[in-house]
Each structure stands twice: as structure tokens, then as C-alpha cells.
Design a protein around this ligand. Sequence first.
Ligand code: NAD
Length: 500
Amino acid sequence: MKRLGNYINGKQVTSESRNVGQVFDPATGEPSLEVVLSTAEETETAITAAEQALPAWSATTPLNRARIMFRFKALLEQNLDHLARLITQEHGKVLSDARGELTRGIEVVEFACGIPHLLKGEHSLNVGRGVDSFSLMQPVGVCAGISPFNFPAMVPLWMFPIALACGNTFVMKPSEKDPSVLMEIARLLSEAGLPDGVFNVINGNKESVDTLLHDPRVQAVSFVGSTPIAEYIYKTGCANGKRVQALGGAKNHMLVMPDAQPEQAVSALMGAAYGSAGERCMAISVAVCVGDQTADALIKAIKSEIASMRVGPGLGADEEPDMGPLISKEHAQKVRAYIDSGVEEGASLLVDGRTFTVEQHEKGYFVGPTLFDDVKPGMRIYQEEIFGPVLSVVRVETYQEAVDLINAHEYGNGTSIFTQNGESARQFCEHIQVGMVGVNIPIPVPMAFHSFGGWKRSVFGPLNMHGNDGVRFYTKMKTVTARWPKGGLVSSSFSMPTMK
Ligand code: NAD
């Protein structure tokens, strides 16, 4: 079986590690690839490559770095189909969804193409008489990225294009569950003209991550994944003196008001709850309906939509399914166990996906679309992130009850309101304790030129991914205050300087 190694100093390298991970095709349950789980020494080799490449790369002009990003963007577009297939083979999401993920990632590369403009900094003329002040936005150094399985291309692309464009070098540790697409992307970066060692990929698990967190040469760590690991990364990275941005898990609510446009709300909810089999950090997993009439109508429509949903392998079918399998056998079992717990805790199971199978793919990791009604805040299916195709309906009587419920949840990644009333929508945007908010938009993922990140236990660290926050995260700001004397010496002053 093919074994995937690492990408260090501009080429694929094998590994001495005796530990390997197994990559599966989730649609068939068959193993497809082995991936090395690198040792600490191998991870250090990748850091050394990045360290050695740093002086020359950080000395290139932003304009030249942007030109490499332009070529990289073109190569990603030319290879889009190939890359999307790799994602579907290892992750399981349907092909159009894999293409969508790549498109959202390419948009960050487009943003990074504007780096000469983004690094201009600030300038104030005459902060005092004859004194100017300006900022220099300088690279932080060697940066590391650690990414989850559910967006094997898009999440790394949130990180390294901006880091590289800012003049940093990078070591990326992708998820060991679907690592192939990033190796291809690394190859395309080299083809675009990126010097060797500037971008490196280390495949591995906790040992590699811990090496990145403890090595003093790594200055900044970007992480996306589950909340317990995000918190660990944040605390450990900060304790080792690094700047850290760590994005965690989610439980996203969609508030459906009685005046919501019904067809719009139902079609939005279907895609947001069941798209990518619910394995999105911005998936809607809770529909909060104001009033029983709203809930009854919504449930009736959702049940009928589920009945016509196509579930199957993401590749190969003549007509693309709406939803593919989950990432692994263990994860599918975990999702089924959550459905069991919902039943045990008294929620009404209206559509049960636990025994769902796909003909000729009986060993695939499929769980069918599942719908619960009468879900209450104390239940595990309400409290915890399931990360599967399970939608819970919570009934409330008033708008304020819905807002209080959402605000009380420990996660605050994304949310949305469906209404035709501008005042409710406006109030919602102002008072909801969540980082990304949609108004009649179910998955409000900010564009590359805005920043992505949640609130509460969905994020650790003050700066979000991409947009201006991304540039701030990957640069150190230096502020210069300068005076050029017009002849004659300025006499010394021994009191605190103030501008005249
Ligand atoms: P995960 O936390 O299990 O793994 C993420 C990364 O951390 C992987 O690269 C993995 O190898 C590494 N890792 C795992 N255990 C570790 C440990 N003990 N020590 C050090 N490193 C470790 O997450 P996942 O299952 O791959 O991804 C799904 C999770 O990611 C969900 O919770 C989802 O909500 C979250 N996610 C969040 C966002 C966001 O923007 N907030 C985006 C995508 C996914």
C-alpha cells in the first residue's frame, strides 16, 4: 500500500517512523493509503528547514511574494478537479462540496495576492512638530498550522497563504485522516516558484503537534479542531511564549421566527444541517422555532425533504448525492450513540438514520439524516457537538427565549435568524453572543477579506483567521517615531517626552 511521507525543503521525503496511520475511503470502508506519523526528530527537521529558509524569504519584497501567490492561485484553479477528487476520496464529502471548499480556500490566496497593500501599515505626519510616526509590519518568523479532517484543503488555506505572503516560513500538520490533498497543494506551491523550505508539511499526530508547541523556533501557532484540543494548544503554546489562534468546536442554532419565509427557511436548513453529513463547524445542528405553529410547519416540510434526499458515495454516481458518508467507522458509531442518548433522554426521534445503509456500500460509514423534535437544553444532543447529520428542533414561545437559549450555550461559533422583520434581525445581530451571524443566510462563513472566528468556547486567542486579523496575527507591528534635525543639535531632555 502506498505510504505518504512528508514534504520538507521542497520535496516529498520518506519517514523513519515506525508509526503509520491508515487512511480509509469512507464510502467503502476500505483502506486506501498509509500515512507516516512522524517522530519528534522529523518534525524538528521540518522546523529547521523553515528556520533556514526564513532570512532569504523574509527579505523578498511583498510584491514578489504576491507574484508567487498569483501563480499559486492559477495552479490551484487548473488542478481543481484533481484536488477535489482527493478530498472526496479521503473525506467522503460529495464532489461539488469538495470543489466549494477549494474555492473558499482559493479566495484566501486571492486575498494574500494583495499583500503589498495589506502591509502598508500606518503613517502619521507631524505627530509633533517635525516628528513623524509610522508602523512596520514585519514577519513573526517560523509559523505552524494544525488542521482538522473536515476541511483538509480550506482550513490550511485559511492559514499559510497569508503567513507566507507576510514573509514568514511555515510548517503545516494536517489531519492524519485525509492528508493527501495538502501534499498536492505543497507541490503546487513549489511549482509556483516558492523557494524550498518556505512551506513544509509534516504528517503526524500528537507527537508532531507537541514538538511544534515546544520548539522555541516556532513563533506562532494556528489551530483549528475540536474545543478540548484547541484549549490544550492555546494553553501550551502560550506557556511556551508563542502567539496562538485556536478555533474550536460549535453548536450552531438557527432561529426561525413565525414570519420567516417558509420555503427559504426549509431549504436553508436542509443544506446547513445535512450538507457534508453535518461535519462542518458552521453546520446548523439546532433549529429554534418560535411558536408551535412555526415548529409544526417546519418539521412537516423537513420530513418531506429528507424523504427525497439522496445519500451515497461522493464519487462515481451518475447523479451526485446530497450527502456522503462520515469520516470514520468510530465517528459513525459515536453519532449513532448520540442518537441513542437523545431517545433515552426523552427527545422525539422523528427520522432515524442509525440503521441507514447504501446498497453495494454496506461497509461505508453512512448515517442517514436524522431529525429530533422536543429537544431540551439539558440533553446531551443539545449540549454537545455531534458533528453528524442530526438536526434537533427546540420549541420556544418568544424571540427573547430563543436569544437567551443561544446566549447560554457554551459554544458561539455561528448562528442565523430567519425572519422578514428588519427590527428582529437588527436586534438579533446586536445582542447575540456568537461570532458569525447570518440574517436569512444559514451558514454565514465570512469571505476571505473578512475574518473567521467564533466566540466563547469556540475560540481561544484574540485574532481570528484570514482578513485583517490574519495579517495582524502573522506580523509583528513595530512603531517608529522619527525626527530629522534641521541643523543644530537638540538639547537633551530628562522628563517624559511629550509632543509639542
Ligand atoms: P481534532 O481536534 O480531533 O483534530 C484536529 C487536529 O489536532 C488534527 O490535526 C489532529 O491530528 C490534532 N490532534 C488531535 N488530538 C490531539 C492531541 N491530543 N494533541 C495534539 N494534537 C492533536 O478535530 P477533528 O476531529 O479533526 O475536526 C473536527 C473538529 O474541528 C470539530 O470539533 C469541528 O467543530 C472543529 N472545527 C472547527 C472549525 C472552526 O473554525 N471553529 C473549523 C473546522 C473544524
